[in-house]
Design a protein around this ligand. Structure first.
Ligand code: FAD
Length: 466
C-alpha cells in the first residue's frame, strides 16, 4: 500500500481511460503518481469499461483500418456533427495528436482488432480494442502498476482544497491507512461527467430525468466537476447537452452497457405512448444518427417510445439482449405494450398506405420512402404487414454529459478570470465540452480521454518538477 501521507508529484482523480493515460504519461515523465479511483476494484474504470473503439486520424490504411482518415476529414466530421459548437483550436490539436495515439496506446499494452459485423461502417475510421474496453483498461492498469504508479480503490474524493487557482490537497470520504488529506504538487482531474447524478440532471430536465437510464457507471456523479466549478474554474458547454441513445426500457438503471442499445429503428417505425409517430426513422445512415434518439425519446410523454417492426426484418440487425415483445395481430401487440389498439392500428395502416415502391438497401440512402404523411420516413420505408408483429420499448439512455471545465492545449484548467490554473489539469469526459458543444462522432469519447490524458499527465509532471 502506498504511503498516502507523503506529498506526490501528481495526483490523478478517476480510474478510467483519461486517468490511466494521464498517470502513465506523468510517470513516464519521471513524476511520482497517485491514482484515486472512487469505485471498488471490480468496478474500476468508469464508463471506459463499456467502450469498444476509438477514432483517430491516420494517413493510410493499417492492419486493422481499411483506409485513410485524414485530419481534414476528421475535422469536417466534427464540425458537421457539432454544428460548429467546438473550440476549433483545441479540436484541431486533438485531431493532430490522435494520429500519434494509435501507436502510443499500443506501447502502453493495448491491442487493436479490426471491426466486426455490425460495426463495419466504422472500419476505416475507428480502431477497436481487442477484448473491448475492459481488456483495454486492464492493459493500462497493468502498465501503470509496472511503472510504479500507486493506485488506490474505494477512494472517493469529497473535497478539494484550492487557493487562487492552485490545488493544495484532496480529501477522501473514508480514511485510508489513517490518511484523509492527500497532497500533491499537481492535480489531474479525470473523474467523468455528472450523468449518474439524477438530481443534477433534474436541474435541467425536470422530473423527466427520473425516467432516464444511465448506460454506464453509477460512480460518475460529477462531484469533482462541481467542486472545480464552485472553486473558480471556468465552465464550458451546455449542461443539457449529452450523448444519449435509445436503449431498452427493461435495462437496469445503471451500467447496462452496449448490449441494451437498439439499432432497429431504421427497420420499422417508432411511436410514443399515444401510438403516434414523432420523427423520421429513415433520416440518415444509422451510425450518423443513432445518437439523436435518446433526446427524441426524452421529449416524448413519460419518456417512453416503442420501435415497431414485423417478422420480415427480425434478423436484419444485431441481436438484442432483451427479446422483442410479440403479437400475432397489431391489436394483440398494442395490448401487451399497453397502447391503444385502435390508435396503433391507425398509425400502421396510414404508414403502410404512404409507403412508395423502391429498392431496399439499408447501407445507402435508398429510395424506399413514404409520401403524404407527417413525419415522413425518407428512406428504408417498407410496409409493416408480416406477422408476428414485434416491438422494443425504449427509454433515453444517457451515455455522458458535456458540461465541463475549460482547458487550454496543455490540458490545463482555465480559471473564471481567464488565467490558466497554476497546477490543475483535466482530461476526458470532465472536459469533453471543450470539443463537443453538442452532437457526437462514434469513438471520440476515447480520443478526448487518451489525447488530453496523455498531455495532462506530461504537463502535470513538468509542472510538479518546476
Ligand atoms: C455503454 C457505453 C459505450 C461506450 N462506447 C464508447 C466507444 O466505443 N468509444 C468511445 O470513444 N466512447 C464510448 N463511450 C464513452 C466513453 O466511455 C467515455 O467517453 C470515456 O470512457 C470517458 O473516459 P473518462 O476516463 O473521462 O471517464 P470514465 O472512464 O467514466 O472514468 C471516470 C472515473 O472517475 C471516477 N470517479 C468519479 N468521481 C470520483 C470521485 N469523486 N473520486 C474518485 N474517483 C471518482 C469513476 O469511478 C471512474 O473511474 C461509451 C460509453 C458507454 C456508457
Amino acid at each position: 500500500m502506498a504511503d498516502l501521507t507523503k506529498k506526490f508529484d501528481v495526483l490523478v482523480i478517476g480510474g478510467g481511460n483519461a486517468a490511466l493515460c494521464a498517470a502513465i504519461s506523468a510517470r513516464r515523465a519521471g513524476a511520482s503518481v497517485l491514482v484515486l479511483e472512487g469505485a471498488p476494484k471490480f468496478y474500476r474504470g468508469g464508463n471506459t469499461r463499456h467502450t469498444r473503439n476509438m477514432r483517430c486520424a491516420h494517413d493510410a490504411a493499417t492492419e486493422i483500418l481499411t483506409g485513410p482518415y485524414t485530419e481534414e476529414e476528421f475535422w469536417d466530421d466534427l464540425l458537421r456533427l457539432t454544428g460548429g459548437q467546438t473550440d476549433e483550436e483545441l479540436a484541431k490539436f486533438m485531431i493532430r495528436e490522435s494520429k500519434d495515439i494509435l501507436n502510443w496506446i499500443v506501447e502502453q499494452g493495448v491491442r487493436w482488432q479490426p471491426s466486426l459485423g455490425g460495426t463495419l461502417s466504422l472500419g476505416r475510421t475507428n480502431s477497436f480494442f481487442l477484448g473491448g474496453g475492459r481488456a483495454m483498461l486492464n492493459a493500462l492498469y497493468l502498465t501503470a502498476e509496472k511503472l510504479g504508479v500507486e493506485i488506490v480503490y474505494d477512494a472517493e474524493v469529497i473535497d478539494l482544497q484550492i487557493e487562487d487557482g492552485m490545488f493544495l490537497s484532496a480529501k477522501l470520504k473514508q480514511p485510508i491507512d489513517s490518511a484523509v488529506e492527500i497532497r500533491a504538487s499537481a492535480l489531474v482531474a479525470a473523474a467523468g461527467g455528472f450523468e449518474a447524478n439524477i438530481e443534477w440532471l433534474k436541474e435541467y430536465w425536470g422530473e423527466a430525468a427520473d425516467n432516464f437510464l444511465i448506460r454506464g457507471t453509477p460512480y460518475n456523479r460529477g462531484s469533482i466537476l462541481k467542486m472545480l466549478l464552485d472553486k473558480g474554474v471556468q465552465d464550458i458547454g451546455d449542461p443539457t447537452q449529452c450523448h444519449a441513445v435509445a436503449i431498452d426500457a427493461r435495462a437496469p438503471k445503471f451500467d447496462g452497457g452496449i448490449i441494451t442499445r437498439h439499432d432497429s429503428v431504421v427497420f420499422g417505425i417508432v411511436v410514443n405512448k399515444h401510438a403516434q409517430r414523432f420523427y423520421d426513422e429513415g433520416e440518415d445512415i444509422w451510425p450518423k444518427r443513432y445518437a439523436i434518439w435518446g433526446r427524441l425519446v426524452a421529449a416524448q410523454p413519460d419518456q417512453i417510445a416503442y420501435i415497431i417492426f414485423d417478422a420480415s426484418v427480425r434478423n436484419s440487425f444485431m441481436p438484442t439482449l432483451f427479446p422483442p415483445i410479440e403479437g400475432t395481430t397489431i391489436a394483440e401487440l398494442a395490448g401487451k405494450l399497453e397502447l391503444d389498439p385502435a390508435a396503433l392500428e391507425k398509425t400502421i395502416t396510414e404508414f403502410n398506405a404512404a409507403v412508395q415502391p423502391g429498392t431496399f438497401d439499408h447501407t445507402i440512402l435508398d429510395d424506399c420512402r413514404t409520401e403524404g404523411i407527417t413525419p415522413p420516413k425518407t428512406h428504408w420505408a417498407r410496409r409493416i404487414e408480416t406477422p408476428p408483429y414485434l416491438a422494443y420499448p425504449v427509454r433515453p439512455g444517457i451515455t455522458f454529459t458535456y458540461l465541463g471545465t475549460r482547458v487550454n492545449k496543455q490540458s490545463r484548467m482555465v480559471m473564471k478570470d481567464g488565467k490558466p490554473s497554476a497546477n490543475m489539469f483535466a482530461a476526458g469526459e470532465i472536459m469533453a465540452g471543450n470539443v463537443l458543444g453538442k452532437g457526437y462522432a462514434a469513438g471520440i469519447g476515447m480520443t478526448i480521454g487518451s489525447v488530453f490524458g496523455r498531455v495532462a499527465g506530461r504537463e502535470a509532471a513538468k509542472n510538479a518538477r518546476n
